[in-house]
Design a protein around this ligand. Sequence first.
Ligand code: SF4
Length: 290
Amino acid sequence: MRDLTQDFVELIRRASTDLSPDVQQSLEKARDVEEKGSAAQSALITILDNVELSRQNSTPICQDTGTPIFYVHYPEGWSTRKLREQIRAAIVEATKKSYLRPNAVDAITDKNTGNNLGDDAFPTIHFEEVEGDTLTADYLMKGGGCENVGAQYSLPNSQLGAGRDLAGVRKVVLDAVQKAQGQGCAPGILGVAIGGDRGSSYYRSKEVLFRKMDDTNPDPELARLEDRLTDEANQMGIGPMGFGGKTTVLGTKMTGMHRLPASYFVSVSYMCWAHRRRRLIVRGEEVSYE
Ligand code: SF4
């Protein structure tokens, strides 16, 4: 089996220092709709300047390089044990090269390991075997500030008047945005999963963040709700970094799951403007990145 360690290092470098074009375009659009000379527009101009500098210098877009999360889809015959070893070796090398800040802190002793390796869940690696001959590794860097304002709701929620339907989902997602204010480094992107159990629901709410910013949900009902939630969140006036303005979220991505009759969870993963995610594709000897 081929050694992908250096390819994973390059995947991490790209994610950390070279913001995906679709995210950058969303930020540029937001800059153009904010009022000229406003604090909101200045914040977006500064963000976009930093994005460009990071790209030129191969330095992290934000000092918090977040929790490293991988979703690996591999063809039959690959060893997940070896892939895990290679990803963990790549994490250590990327930390040495300062693409990543040492972020793995033991929750019991409070000690930072210094190399971004913690227990089996740090980095987080999800594996799934797929048909065909192509391996894809999606990598997400989930910042701490925005992770802290993520929220999970168990419906019905009488305080918010939210029942077990999409109208209820709308109410709790807007509640999460309202409570986050500027703390998750707005403008953010909302990843929302409806259903599942508490664990699977949060898992899916992050996975859905890999969708392109300008795509359309194949479920027309969810597509309408995504647009509506983005519009309504932007009418709250929280704005970039909480400075006020027209852009509180750049987009909303939703997915539905099956659930127990007794439960109805809605999980909201709030992703900050530094939405760092990249894909490695390995097909035979050919390696490419998206
Ligand atoms: S929330 Fe995002 S932009 Fe804000 S400090 Fe953390 S990683 Fe950086």
